[in-house]
Design a protein around this ligand. Structure first.
Ligand SMILES: Cc1cc2nc3c(=O)[nH]c(=O)nc-3n(C[C@H](O)[C@H](O)[C@H](O)COP(=O)(O)O)c2cc1C
Length: 318
């Protein structure tokens, strides 16, 4: 184990990171984004959260979340739970399975997480966050550990205490989502909270929240001093946001068809489920101006075959 205060080097290949998103950043979506952005821009990604309740994550579960494909940019695995020893054993197994980084979720606002004292519930108690990190740190001698927090539970008064808890608990990186739990996913650019976090800790900070366009990535780093920038919704609208490439309608359609094919091919998949997931993504989509003036028609398309045929028709679009 590294001596106290000595941090492990982070594995990222570039400054921008794809956010963990439950129900979205499983391998099918993640791999397509990683393949379309250069690793010196998109420096890493995360699994969706792996929920730890009564037992540690099984090797099979870990393999499913980590996926088989490997890219120059690493994929960290995220855990969410309230039992420090189960979280630590899951972290140890993840490292054994080859995870290049383990991230702990202290931001999920879902009622199910809050009811079991997991996710954002822990934002009320910096001491609990510190203890959970310290327990996981002890189980991870060689694998970097990160914490992902929101700016607070009801307000941002504990933000500096939370940053210090991450540092004292032995994290190697702190990601701060600039919304509080109470602010849910409301539009915001409360980046001053990220700047305050940078000022409060010697840990490398990853800023998160409200990045909508490629130019916001550099702007957040310049305004706040954070080392990394993490993108959630912005990457659902435009998976090329990290590189700034302006996708053509054809490239956008290709992405969505590849996504449908990857989902159809996975266990428990099938064309109907895949088309439903593509439609869910289209609800956020702006890349290539694919939907144009027909957003409503696209989103109301009920037949999976018709939705995929619409995409096929756009393949030639430049
Ligand atoms: C559909 C969805 C699922 C999410 N799932 C997770 C998750 O599994 N773990 C996590 O830490 N954050 C999760 N988040 C939060 C994002 O990682 C990110 O912190 C948040 O969306 C703010 O970034 P943005 O403004 O760029 O979207 C999720 C967000 C969305 C929209």
């Amino acid at each position: 184990m590294p001596p106290p205060n000595e941090r492990l080097p982070l594995p990222f290949s570039g400054p921008y990171l794809l956010a963990p998103m439950q129900g979205i950043t499983e391998p099918a979506f993640r791999n397509l984004v990683l393949a379309r952005n250069p690793p010196d821009q998109l420096g890493g990604a995360f699994t969706e959260f792996v929920r730890i309740t009564n037992h540690p994550a099984s090797p099979r579960e870990l393999r499913r979340h980590l996926g088989a494909a490997r890219f120059a940019a690493p994929v960290g695995i995220q855990f969410m739970g309230s039992d420090a020893s189960l979280m630590a054993e899951s972290a140890r197994r993840a490292a054994e399975a080859g995870a290049p980084l383990v991230d702990l979720n202290f931001g999920c606002p879902a009622p199910g997480a809050l009811a079991t004292c997991a996710g954002a519930a822990l934002l009320k108690s910096p001491r609990s966050i510190e203890q959970m990190l310290a327990t996981c740190r002890a189980a991870l001698p060689d694998t970097p550990l990160s914490a992902k927090i929101r700016a607070g539970f009801d307000d941002d008064e504990l933000l500096c205490d939370l940053a210090l808890a991450a540092e004292t608990g032995g994290a190697d990186l702190l990601t701060v989502h600039c919304r509080t739990r109470a602010e849910s996913y409301r539009p915001t650019r409360a980046w001053d909270r990220i700047a305050r976090t940078v000022a409060a800790t010697s840990l490398p900070v990853c800023g998160n929240g409200g990045v909508e366009r490629h130019c916001d990535l550099a702007a957040m780093r310049a305004e706040t001093g954070c080392r990394y920038v993490m993108v959630g919704h912005g990457a659902l609208a435009d998976p090329w946001i990290f590189s700034g490439h302006r996708a053509s309608p054809g490239e956008a359609a290709r992405f969505l068809l590849d996504y449908a094919a990857a989902l159809t091919g996975q266990a428990g998949g099938g064309q109907t489920k895949a088309a439903a997931r593509v439609k869910q993504l289209l609800g956020h989509w702006t890349a290539g101006d694919l939907l144009g003036d027909e957003r409503r028609e696209w989103l109301c398309e009920k037949q999976p075959e018709a939705l995929l045929a619409r995409l096929e028709n756009c393949l030639g679009g430049t």
